[in-house]
Design a protein around this ligand. Structure first.
Ligand code: AMP
Ligand code: GLY
Length: 439
């Protein structure tokens, strides 16, 4: 089966490996020369992932039947609509269904209209006066976000990246003054621990993946600017050490109700869906819903997927997936991203990284290339995350140890890693926080 893959990051490399394992013949488009994807592809093209015409021409030239699309930007640009017009079946939402991610106000309004649990207090604005009036009326801390896409980096939280009225208002003005952000949304600030619940969706049914916890902050100790995600872990029982089965079921109910609401709105959702939740003292609350796999979270779940990923991609596109046909290994994973120094603020791109692929393989860990370029046999950093390294083990502790051993096979003068991710003391801190919150 010939399949088109779109995207050149760690998430897409992990998806390409899973497709390759299930016998797919890969035709890849991406903006950077990702050596992991290139190695598995029959043919590839370097192109802006929103260049719909060029991607459709590539799909026709190689007679692909199905498409897997990793990032959100092509979804917003309408790539799925265009590919389906030329007969390519997509395991990804069309432009209208992708609004669940591309418009934060669409998501909140939908959840509110259908009275789905997990919503929070919010208001959207397209002008400064109304936003300021609302801001002045708030008695608790709030969060400010652009309504549109920002690559996970546009969110600022009062008490963390924002302090006081002046600074908050100045950020609101920044967003309102920038084209393409779609206005500003102000949300209640949630207190708790975050977790990611991803599901496969075929328009009607959801099939859950293991829970994952990402680390969005740039620096060790969960501080600093928000990033796309510095690393993530999952546990052998597919829950997290601080999330009960009951809390997880609530998160799954919320996602199931969203899928149902989208069908009722005439924009049925197909593809992987990403629910990001805050576990609060009142249960799981929605932080955001994304129209794709998470990155790095895809690198936790896809390497331990036992079922055939190509069959799942076909099933999502065709509107038929079955819960009992999807199996993941009962193992823990820890993923840490090697990123360019300054990632989150001013990334140092264009610097060489050296990797000993065999060393990592022999250590039993997995690795996925991200936003890097292979030029004349040498690997260079881009402006985003460079290489994801995944340790797998019976416990999080073992997976973390394996991940660290594998990281020793990557070096570069201008890269860094959050070594605290998956360490026992970090996990204990999260368990204690939830315990304190609930008592
Ligand atoms: P997002 O890009 O929406 O995932 O937001 C990035 C990060 O900002 C999240 O991982 C949270 O840590 C934080 N965040 C977003 N929305 C809220 C909220 N309503 N309350 C507290 N923190 C939030
Ligand atoms: N890891 C966060 C995201 O993919 O949005």
């Amino acid at each position: 089966m010939r399949i088109l893959t779109v995207g050149g990051g760690g998430r897409e490399h992990a998806a390409v490996e899973a497709l390759y394992r299930s016998g797919a013949v890969i035709y890849a488009v991406m903006k950077n020369a990702n050596p992991g994807i290139i190695n598995r592809a029959e043919a590839y093209k370097l192109v802006d992932e929103r260049s719909i015409d060029e991607i459709c021409d590539f799909a026709i030239e190689h007679d692909v039947a199905h498409a897997f699309i990793g990032p959100e930007a092509p979804l917003e640009a309408g790539l799925v609509d265009a590919l389906e017009n030329i007969g390519v079946k997509c395991a990804a939402p069309n432009k209208s269904a992708a609004r669940i991610e591309t418009s934060k106000s669409f998501m909140r309004d939908l959840v509110s209209k259908y009275e789905i649990e997990g919503n929070i207090k919010y208001a959207s604005f397209d002008n400064a006066e109304d936003a300021e009036k609302y801001l002045k009326a708030q008695t608790a801390e709030i969060v400010v976000k652009p309504i549109g896409l920002t690559g996970g980096k546009g969110v600022k939280v009062q008490g963390e990246q924002l302090h006081g009225h002046e600074e908050t208002m100045s950020y609101i003005l920044d967003i309102l003054g920038t084209n393409g952000m779609g206005g500003v949304i102000i949300e209640e600030k949630l207190i708790g621990e975050e977790f990611t619940q991803m599901v496969f969706v075929d328009g009607k049914h959801i099939v859950p993946m293991p829970l994952v916890q990402d680390h969005k902050r740039a620096y060790e100790g969960d501080i600093g600017p928000n990033t796309g995600g510095m690393g993530s872990y999952s546990d052998a029982n597919h829950l997290l050490p601080f999330v009960t089965e009951e809390a997880r079921e609530k998160a799954l109910d919320i996602l199931e109700n969203i899928v149902e609401a989208m069908r009722a709105e005439g924009c049925p959702y197909r593809g992987p869906m990403y629910g990001q939740f805050m576990l609060t003292k009142d249960g799981p609350k929605i932080i955001e819903i994304n129209a794709r796999f998470g990155d790095p979270e895809a690198m936790n779940v896809l390497p331990i997927l036992e079922s055939d990923f190509l069959a799942l991609v076909k099933g999502m596109a065709a509107g038929k997936i079955k819960r009992d046909s999807v199996k993941f290994r009962d193992v823990a994973t820890v993923c840490k991203y090697v990123v360019p120094k300054g990632y989150g603020t001013k990334p140092a791109s264009g610097h060489e990284i050296r990797i000993d692929e065999d060393g990592i393989r022999d250590s039993g860990a997995e690795f996925f290339y991200g936003n890097v370029d292979m030029i004349n046999g040498k690997l260079f950093t881009g402006t985003s995350r460079s290489i994801g390294v995944v340790g797998i083990g019976e416990t999080i502790e073992e997976a973390e140890r394996r991940c660290e051993i594998a990281l020793g096979f990557i070096e570069g003068e201008a890269v860094c890693v959050r070594h605290d991710i998956g360490k026992l003391y970090m996990i204990q801190k999260k368990i204690d926080r939830i315990k304190n919150l609930l008592t």
